[in-house]
Every structure is written in C-alpha cells, then in structure tokens.
Unconditional design. Sequence first.
Length: 318
Amino acid sequence: MFGLARKLSANGVLGINARNCQYILRHNPRRLYPLVDDKLATKRLAIAAGLPVPDLYGVIASHRDVRELPKLVAGHRDFVIKPAHGSGGDGILVVSARVKDGSAYRLVDGTIMDGDDMRHHLSNIISGQYSLGGHRDVALLEYCVKFDPIFSECAYRGIPDIRVIVFRGYPVMAMLRLPTRKSHGKANLHQGAVGAGLDLATGETTSAIIGNSVITEHPDTGAAIAGRQIPRWQYLLDFAARCHELTGLGYLGVDIVLDRDKGPMLLELNVRPGLNIQIANRCGLRDRLRVIEARPAGAPVEERVAFSMHSLLKPATH
C-alpha cells in the first residue's frame, strides 16, 4: 500500500491528505466556507457580481412551507429541487414534467412522484437529511437547465456540467461530467456519471472514466467521448477564474452548465472538490499547483487564464 502511495506521489498525483493540509486549510479561510457551502448564499453572491445562474423560483424553509410547492412552481413545466447545504448531488430532484393534471411529477430518469412523495422529500431536506453535518436546511426551487445539443450523443437524459479546479485564481484542471443511467441523469461521479478529462489549452475531451475505470465510450449511448470540443472554452475558463475574486477562496471547484438558450451559468462552487478529476485527465494535480504557487499574486483574470491555457502541462492522452 505504501509503495503504491509513493508511486502515485512520484507521478504528481495529489492525495486527499495533501489536498486538505497543503491547499484547503492553507488557502481557504474557514470564515468563507458559508459562501460556498450554502447554495443560496452562492447564488446571491454570483447575481451581485453579474455572473449568470439558474433562476430561483422559490425557497421552502419550513415544514409549513412544503404545501406551497404547487404555487411556487406554477407555470413551470420543469424545475429542480435541491438542498441549499447538500453535497455530491444528494437530495437533488430534477423534475422534467408535471403529470396527472399537475398533481404528480415526472423526474428526469422517468420516476413518477405523487404529491405525498414530493412533500416527504421536501420535509427530509428541511430536516437536514442531505445537508453537511445533518443540520436543518432549506430547499431551493430552480430553473431546469435545458440540454445543450452539443452533448446529445454522450449524455443520458440529464444535464452535463464542467468542473474546473481553480487555485489562486488560475484554472489548473478541468473535466466534463456526463450523466448516465446509473447516475439517474445526474452529473455526479460518485453516483455513476462519466468524468471526461479536458485539455486546458483547447477545451477538447481526452480520456474518460467511470469510477476508477478508464472508458472510451459512453456506457448508455455508445458514443465516443474523446475529441469533443467544448464551445467558448476561453470564456468558460475566464468565468471559472473570476470565482476566486467572487469568494476569496484560494482552492475551489467551479461547476458550470451550458444552457441551450441562456448559455453558460454557474451551477455551484465547492470548497472541497474531489480528486477523481486527476484520473479523468490521467494527470496529477500536484505539479500544476506547485507551478501556480510560484506565480506572483494579483495578476488580472485574462493573464491568469492565458497562463493556464498555454503554460500548464496538457493532460495525457492514449
């Protein structure tokens, strides 16, 4: 086991202890965590800074408010329910349609939930079942991002997103997360979504994984994953880099979705982004982070993005 750890370290792979001690604890002041751990606070912060986010239809903050769901989503055929303090996609419901004269809800994976099921789920969110630390929470009702046709061949039902690791305002690694049948249409790796590495210089997909297994095709659609170009790539890196100033956090994950009609939007931020992005890119984070540590602070966003695109190592492809 120790031999494997040494081998991974020699290849520049960042482990969870090194991530926590050398980057999260050193560069992310604890007082700033609520800006990211609370999705409602993140949304308000982004709106104030002029960054586009999915529209907020309403907030259900108490068990009494649960009965207001039909009124809050009236006029919206589809919408998303998410816990404000959730993580890893747990507790999120993506409603694709209202059925049975609006008294029931069809989820993106085809599941039908009646009114009682939905009220029970909302009560669980409020009780803290999905929140960090199990604390009392609130449920957000949001605009459901529309599927961008560029992903039609390589995603199963749900909406893909782009995760960018940003360190001291520099994008250092990125991946495209693609929903699968196993992930129930959610773009979360730990639930079974595909993670596809992205070349920082070009925004083109390289290798891909499910869990720790390298794959070449989407497991449900059979479409090849490598060689797909993300549109407006430099703009997306600029978008992600600006989240450093938005939050004051030195090490964070930025999740961006591409909406068919509204373009790129900030989905959420993560103060503890996972490390599987290294497997997806077949490249370690450590060397890239050390390069950025040697850079002077205070560079403009455009300069930081240009450096990341042209001076950091590209992910390996095979």
